[in-house]
Design a protein around this ligand. Structure first.
Ligand SMILES: Nc1nc2c(c(=O)[nH]1)N[C@@H](CN(C=O)c1ccc(C(=O)N[C@@H](CCC(=O)O)C(=O)O)cc1)CN2
Length: 285
C-alpha cells in the first residue's frame, strides 16, 4: 500500500475563502476585527511563524498588530502589556507566541489573556469549556488535525486513536476534541512515560504524533491501512523532519505529512478563531 496524503494548503485556502467573506460581512456592519500577536525575544522560528500570522490576516482582510518585547522582559511589564490588550477595543483577540523564555511561567502568562480575547484557545476557561463541550475558541493545532480528518472523511466514530504527546497546546486538547460525542473516538494518550508505545500505535486506526522526535514512529509500529497525522516537527541538517519515519508511507492508507499537512491548517484555524471572536463580540471599527 502506498499512502495518500492529506495536504493542508488546499484546505487552508478554502477556509480562508470562507473567512474573507465573513470578514467583509463584519466590515459592512462596522466591525473591523484585528489579531494581536505578542512575541517575547527574537527566536527566528517564532518570528517567522508570527510574520506568517500577520500575512494570513492581511490575506483575509483582518487587521493585525504586533507587540515585541525583549527576551529578558520583566514579568510585570509583560503582564501590563497583556492587560492593555485585554482593554484595547481595537484588538479582537490575541496570541502570545510560544515557547516563552525560561524565566516566564507559561501557564501564568496564558491565564492573563482575557478568555474573550483568547485567539489560541489556551486560557484555562476556554480549555474548561472544551472539557464541558460548550462554545469556545479551540486550540489551533488540534482543530487543524480534526479538519484534515473530516475533509478526508476519516471515520472517527468508534475509532481507536492514539495521540502521542501530552502538551497543553496539542496532545491534551486533541484527546478532548476527539472524545466529544460529535467525534466519538476512543483515545489513548501516550507520552514519554508510555511503557510500550508500539503496542498502542499498532492497534490504532488513527495515530496523531505530536512528540517532536524525528522519525519516532516507523512502519513496524503502525497498522496496515491506518491514518497517520504528523504534528511534531524537528529541524535537522537535512531540513524539517516529522515524527513519522518515511517507511510508514508503504503501510498507511492516509498520511498528513510534515511539512505540508497540519501546519498550514493550524494557521487557518487561528484566523477562524479571530473571526468567530469578532462575530461573538463585535467591535466598532
Ligand atoms: N501561541 C502559539 N504558539 C505556538 C503555536 C500556536 O498554535 N500558538 N504553535 C507552534 C508554532 N506555530 C504557530 O504558532 C506554527 C508552527 C508551524 C506551522 C507550519 O505551517 N509549519 C509548516 C512548516 C513551516 C516551516 O517551514 O517551519 C508545515 O508544517 O508545513 C504553523 C504554525 C508553536 N508555538
Amino acid at each position: 500500500m502506498t499512502a495518500q496524503t492529506m495536504l493542508g494548503k488546499p484546505l487552508a485556502a478554502a477556509v480562508k475563502e470562507d473567512l474573507r467573506a465573513r470578514v467583509a460581512a463584519l466590515a459592512e456592519r462596522g466591525s473591523v476585527p484585528a489579531l494581536g500577536t505578542v512575541v517575547v525575544g527574537d527566536d527566528p522560528g517564532s518570528l517567522a511563524y508570527v510574520r506568517g500570522k500577520h500575512r494570513d490576516c492581511a490575506e483575509v482582510g483582518l487587521a493585525s498588530v504586533q507587540v515585541r518585547l525583549p527576551a529578558d522582559v520583566d514579568p510585570a511589564e509583560l503582564r501590563e502589556r497583556l492587560l492593555q490588550l485585554n482593554e484595547d477595543p481595537a484588538c479582537t483577540g490575541y496570541i502570545v507566541q510560544l515557547p516563552l523564555p525560561a524565566h516566564l511561567d507559561e501557564s501564568a502568562v496564558l491565564e492573563l489573556v482575557h478568555p474573550d480575547k483568547d485567539a489560541d484557545g489556551l486560557h484555562p476557561t476556554n480549555l474548561g469549556r472544551l472539557v464541558l463541550g460548550t462554545a469556545a475558541p479551540l486550540p489551533c493545532t488540534p482543530a487543524a488535525v480534526l479538519e484534515l480528518l473530516r475533509a478526508s472523511d476519516v471515520e472517527l466514530d468508534g475509532a481507536e486513536v492514539c495521540v502521542i504527546g501530552r502538551g497543553t497546546t496539542v496532545g491534551r486538547p486533541m484527546g478532548l476534541l476527539l472524545t466529544r460525542r460529535s467525534e466519538n473516538a476512543t483515545v489513548t494518550l501516550c507520552h514519554t512515560g508510555t511503557r510500550d508505545l508500539a503496542a498502542h500505535t499498532r492497534r490504532a486506526d488513527v495515530v496523531v504524533a505530536a512528540a517532536g522526535v524525528a522519525g519516532l514512529v516507523d512502519a513496524d509500529m503502525v497498522a496496515e491501512g491506518s491514518v497517520l497525522v504528523g504534528v511534531g516537527i524537528t529541524r535537522t541538517e537535512d531540513g524539517l523532519v516529522g515524527d513519522f519515519h518515511p517507511s510508514v508511507l508503504e503501510k498507511a492508507a492516509l498520511v498528513a505529512p510534515v511539512p505540508g499537512g497540519v501546519g498550514p491548517m493550524t494557521r487557518a484555524m487561528l484566523l477562524r478563531n479571530v473571526v468567530e471572536l469578532a462575530e461573538r463580540h463585535p467591535v466598532a471599527g
